[in-house]
Design a protein around this ligand. Structure first.
Ligand code: HAS
Ligand code: CU
Length: 540
């Protein structure tokens, strides 16, 4: 158990450090977008910063945090140590070395390609090799978690896996299916091209492979947050999980439908016929369903918590929830923000409406409510609950921890709502000079970009509070012996036997069949077409 505790602390510690650096870059960008002068402001600096922020937040903070969480949930819920502890440490080190290589390339100005690294923008090979190692590290972690689960399964043939473990296994399955795409893009296209072994690259093929991975990637982030919502939140707020089978259904549906949807990022791309795009639209509308079920089940669990704390009316259970507990408030506020972000997601996914918002500021508005709130705020709340147990110290600066989620909520509302609106007004995303050299249309965005910068400031202060609490806890927290990681009881008691949703093998096979239906033909069709390669471009 000590290995698991230390390994989880290492992963989460590194995740928090990455978050801290990325938060600093974010403030600079928000100010720059509002066209406020900074002494070192330049296009090169702006794009370097956006790349660092995207990679550190979306790829590094999330992956390491999830690896840490997976270790804790698996060992505690199964009540057994990790299988292959050395390999488990290897997963951390491989991912760490890879991350440092990629960060070296970014901060030395050799990889200004943003977190989606679309070719023909070209980065230093260290960037691609580094990110590949990050994924390899996560594969090793996946193998360790699966092996630990299988050892438990061999002794418990008929028992359903605890929901926390089932959710982590679903996360891993989604991850293993989807990373095939980015591995192919890296190994067959980007790495040989950046090393000069091939002269040109096919950007459209790269985008197809990237988005095959890129959409399920968002559920790799979301599912561990859902595990917290289902299994930790009801416990900490003093209630029970409303329905365990519904939770299993949700995770099984994510295995089934997370991947065959990637074309919803490519509606505006040429070379993919509209029939295939429409199929991916339908699948996307399907994958919204498990999130609706989650909204229902988690809110019902909260109602149980409020009633067991004495509520009797229709809505007073809301007020009875422990809003001052930083885990509870983080998750509740992240859910409220996700309700808005998910609604926007349905608009993005609607083939026609996508043309209104694609490549506009709306998109960063959307993903700061999803990955930046549903996921990041949940993870911060989880850190308040978990880090004291990992380092055996009480939470320090708890007043800051209480305020921080509310600041994040306010900052994110200002930031995201204004970005949604400027997006609808036509403001592109990822643009350095928001004034467009004095264009009248761009002038109309001015007030809103100011609000968005103010939101950025709130978010920055909130991030600083989070980091202070983490540092204070690790360095100066009073020792405690409380290391219990307890999960919510289902209302109907623990399930006695395995149900259809527990049959992981079946869902994996069905998912692979759907992936083949959604991707095999359009990929083959693309490879048959005359293809035009592009040399690499390094804008800076
Ligand atoms: Fe998305 C673009 C569609 C969810 C992340 N998305 C992005 C990008 C990112 C991202 C990073 O179809 C930008 C990529 C880039 O750089 O180009 N997204 C969707 C859809 C969903 C969705 C349909 N996205 C996510 C999640 C993300 C994420 C989750 C990260 C974690 N997204 C798109 C599309 C694009 C896109 C297109 C491309 C746009 C373009 O053209 O470029 C769905 O999964 C959303 C389902 C969720 C819901 C919400 C359920 C609500 C819940 C909470 C309820 C709370 C309540 C309040 C009731 C329907 C579960 C309770 C509170 C109390 C206090 C009691
Ligand atoms: Cu997507």
């Amino acid at each position: 158990m000590t290995t698991a505790r230390r390994l989880a602390a290492a992963n989460i510690g590194f995740a928090v450090a990455a978050f801290g650096i990325a938060a600093g870059m974010a403030l600079m960008q928000a100010v720059s977008r509002a066209n406020l002068e900074l002494p070192w402001r330049s296009p090169q600096m702006y794009y370097l910063s956006v790349t660092a922020h995207g990679v550190l937040m979306a790829l590094v903070f999330t992956t390491f945090f999830i690896m840490g969480l997976g270790v804790v949930f698996t060992t505690h819920a199964l009540d057994r140590p990790l299988r292959w502890p050395r390999l488990a440490w290897a997963s951390f080190w491989v991912a760490l070395v890879g991350t440092l290589a990629a960060l070296w390339a970014i901060f030395w100005g050799k990889a200004t390609v943003l977190y989606t690294f679309y070719p023909p923008m070209q980065a230093h090979p260290a960037f691609y090799l580094g990110l590949t190692l990050l994924v390899v590290g996560s594969w090793i972690w996946s193998a360790v978690i699966i092996a630990t689960y299988r050892a438990w399964r061999a002794e418990h043939r008929e028992t359903p896996a605890p929901l926390a473990v089932f959710g982590m296994l679903a996360t891993i399955v989604v991850w293993l299916i989807s990373t095939v795409g980015v591995a192919a893009e890296m190994l067959l296209q980007l790495i040989p091209w950046s090393l000069g072994w091939t002269k040109t690259v096919d950007p459209l093929l790269a985008r197809m492979l990237f988005w095959y991975f890129g959409h399920p990637l968002v559920y790799f982030w979301l599912l561990p947050a859902y595990v917290v919502w289902y299994t930790v939140l009801p416990k900490v707020s003093g209630g029970k999980l409303f329905s365990d089978p519904l939770g299993r259904m949700v995770f099984a549906l994510f295995i089934l439908l997370s991947t065959p949807v990637g074309f919803h990022h490519q509606f505006m791309d040429p070379g993919i016929s509209s029939g295939w795009k429409l199929l991916h639209t339908f699948n996307t509308l399907g994958i919204i369903f498990p999130s609706f079920v989650t909204a229902f089940t988690v809110v019902a669990s909260l109602e149980i918590a409020g009633r067991s704390r004495g509520a009797t009316g229709w809505f007073d259970w809301l007020g009875k929830l422990p809003w001052g507990d930083p885990l509870v408030s983080s998750v509740l506020l992240s859910m409220l923000l996700f309700a808005v972000g998910g609604f926007g997601g349905a608009i993005n996914a609607s083939y026609g409406m996508n043309s209104m918002i694609h490549n506009t500021a709306w998109v960063q508005g959307h993903f700061h409510l999803t990955v930046g709130s549903a996921v990041a705020l949940t993870f911060m709340g989880t850190a308040y609950w978990l880090v004291p147990k990992l380092v055996r110290r009480e939470l320090e600066l708890s007043l800051l921890a209480k305020v921080q989620p509310y600041l994040w909520f306010a900052g994110m509302l200002l930031f995201s709502i204004s970005n949604h609106i400027t997006g609808l007004m036509g403001m592109p995303r990822r643009i350095y000079d928001p004034s467009y050299q004095g264009s009248a249309i761009a002038e109309a965005w001015g007030g809103l970009t100011g609000l968005s910068a103010l939101g950025g400031l709130f978010l920055f202060i909130s991030s600083a509070f989070f980091l202070l609490v983490m540092l204070g806890t690790v360095l100066a927290g009073r020792p405690t012996a409380d290391t219990t990681v307890a999960f919510a009881e289902p209302l109907e008691g623990q399930p006695a036997k395995r149900i259809l949703f527990d049959r992981l093998g079946l869902w994996i096979v069905a998912a692979i069949v759907l992936v083949l239906i959604a991707y095999a033909y359009p990929l083959a069709q693309h490879l048959q077409m005359p293809r035009f390669g592009s040399p690499g471009f390094r804008p800076f």
